[in-house]
Write a protein that binds this ligand. Structure first.
Ligand code: FES
Length: 122
């Protein structure tokens, strides 16, 4: 178990997302107002940066690329989503937001999609 300080409470505005680098591991922090959550930085669909494409509203995150949605507290799928969001454990100590990084969480991406893209250009 390895708790790392990621940022200060004031670094991430309420209902927004911000990406940080923690010893080479990119972590996306969400401020839900009453608590913080931490996810891998990329959309589980097609590796979009959720800092850029993610929209947070009422505890729901929507990737604006293809409208996959998740419950931000649990990572559960909503709407069009076909994969859940992965979460890191988070705790708050005073003004600091800490994340438990045992190992980097990553999604498995469907390689067929890339093949399809390639064949489009052949
Ligand atoms: S890349 Fe995020 S929904 Fe498709």
């Amino acid at each position: 178990m390895s708790w790392k300080r990621v940022c200060s409470v004031s670094d991430v505005a309420s209902n927004s997302l911000k990406q940080f680098d923690v010893d080479g591991v990119r972590v996306l922090i969400a401020n839900l107002g009453e608590e913080f959550k931490a996810y891998p930085p990329l959309c589980p669909h097609m590796e979009e940066s959720l800092e850029e494409s993610g929209i947070c509203e009422d505890g729901l995150m929507t990737c604006s690329k293809h409208l996959w949605q998740w419950d931000m507290r649990t990572g559960e799928m909503r709407g069009e989503a076909e994969k859940p969001l992965l979460l890191y454990e988070v705790k708050q100590e005073g003004d600091d937001v800490l994340v438990n990084i045992e190992k980097e969480l990553e999604y498995e991406y469907d390689e067929e999609t890339e093949d399809d893209d390639d064949s489009f250009w052949d």
